[in-house]
Design a protein around this ligand. Structure first.
Ligand code: BTN
Length: 229
């Protein structure tokens, strides 16, 4: 990963730049990194604000040899790789990296699927590094690691992604469960069909499994929050 590397000053979103590159044939593992994004975006249409110099904002173009049904493991795999690279925090389904002080990293996957084939995936990663000047509820990696270097964090993430893309589904799920801050907790999930509450019992490539009054439901997309006892 990172053989082809694009370093940008200000862009709308690294996802936009990466999409154009992917459409014009950029290879698997191409990295697009920006200092600042004027329209950085998060999951579910949210804004990802990126104060200059505070973090790492980049997109990796993946051209995985995957079928449509295998695509669902990628978000979990990417979360595990980022957790391993940062060395702190826990994962909130599907792939946010949090610590007890707040959100440290967010991941956004946008897939271009043509028929049954995955043409490319844009894996966008935003990591808060410098602890100062962050929005409410966010925390920087620099709060945990002294003298943190953005280049080093980037290279660790690329290395972990290369490692984890070669792992089996079982290994990815085991690691995700180990780093999970969601499983075993009472959660509320906002889904397109409305909120669902229950005990988060497991995660697999199909989604997050929630148990309520003896019935298990699989959540494939949504926003999870913990319900305090
Ligand atoms: C989320 O937490 O909802 C996902 C946040 C993803 C942010 C990154 S920063 C680099 C890439 N470009 C974007 O516009 N978003 C992702």
């Amino acid at each position: 990963f990172g053989q082809e590397y694009h370093y940008c000053g200000t862009v709308t979103s690294t996802q936009d730049v990466a999409r154009k590159l992917a459409e014009s044939g950029a290879p698997h593992g191409t990295v697009v990194l920006a200092e600042k994004q004027s329209q950085g975006r998060g999951r579910r249409g949210r804004v990802w604000s990126t104060p200059t110099g505070s973090g790492l904002y980049f997109t990796i173009i993946l051209r995985p040899q995957l079928s449509l049904s295998e695509l669902s493991l990628l978000p979990l795999m990417a979360g595990v790789a980022v957790r391993e690279a940062c060395g702190v925090g826990y994962l909130k389904w599907p792939n946010d990296l949090l610590t007890e002080k707040g959100k440290m990293a967010g991941l956004l996957l946008e897939a271009d699927v043509r028929g049954e084939e995955v043409h490319h995936v844009l894996l966008g990663i935003g990591i808060n590094v410098v602890p100062e000047g962050l929005p409410e509820g966010a925390v920087g990696l620099g709060s945990y690691i002294k003298k943190v270097s953005r280049v080093e964090v980037l290279s660790r993430i690329l290395f972990q992604l290369e490692t984890w893309t070669g792992m089996t589904e079982m290994a990815v799920l085991q690691a995700w469960r180990k780093y999970s801050g969601t499983l075993g907790r009472q959660v509320r999930v906002q889904t397109a069909k409305g909120p669902i509450e229950g005990l988060a019992v497991d995660v697999d490539a199909r989604g997050l499994w929630i148990e309520h009054e003896g019935v298990r439901t699989c959540i494939t997309a949504g926003d999870v929050s913990l319900v305090e006892p």
